[in-house]
Design a protein around this ligand. Structure first.
Ligand code: SF4
Ligand code: SF4
Length: 166
């Protein structure tokens, strides 16, 4: 069993809604959406491999000044709240850059509506450092890994083998 299989199985056991096995699109409004701390994101490129709605992208050049390869951020209006990126970053990298935030709070903070379908056309990702990076206004409200403490020694060994090294 691979690390991503363990993540998906553990999240299902934890009753996290929407952990589809196939690439899909948002079909209902999620209770939470993800935001990366763009200053912590290396970027290793691991989480975009596994997002089931493919809403994680490297930001446009110049989005975060001083960074060559731009960090990853999600197009949050497409996020289904599945926690997969949170677990990948927390358990397979050294960065733990991603947190989940209550959708109602995000609507208030950003002055947007999060609906049950993705916007068309897609809205490009933005850094949102002032809100969701360490030292930002709301990072402390974000939720991190749900499964870290539940893993067996055997599962930890699999994660150690697949871990991204900086
Ligand atoms: S897994 Fe973490 S460090 Fe790697 S690209 Fe995603 S947010 Fe950045
Ligand atoms: S929680 Fe992460 S992996 Fe899941 S849909 Fe949102 S951005 Fe993609």
């Amino acid at each position: 069993m691979s690390a991503i299989d363990i993540i998906k199985r553990r999240l299902k056991e934890d009753r996290v809604p929407e952990t589809p096995d196939e690439i899909s699109r948002k079909k209902k409004r999620p209770r939470e959406v993800a935001f990366m701390d763009v200053n912590l994101c290396f970027p290793c490129g691991k989480c975009p491999e596994f997002c089931p709605v493919q809403c994680l992208e490297y930001m446009r050049p110049g989005s975060v000044p001083g960074r060559g390869v731009q960090p990853v951020q999600d197009r949050f209006q497409e996020c289904i709240g599945c926690y997969i990126c949170v677990e990948v970053c927390a358990l397979l990298t050294d960065y733990d850059a991603i947190r989940m935030y209550d959708s109602n709070m995000v609507e208030d903070v950003l002055g947007v509506k999060i609906t049950d379908t993705p916007p068309d056309p897609p809205i490009p990702a933005e850094p949102y450092e002032e809100y969701f990076s360490e030292g930002g206004l709301y990072r402390h409200l974000g939720k991190g890994s749900r499964i870290r403490e539940k893993m067996t020694a055997e599962e930890r060994a699999i994660f150690a083998r697949e871990r991204v090294r900086s």
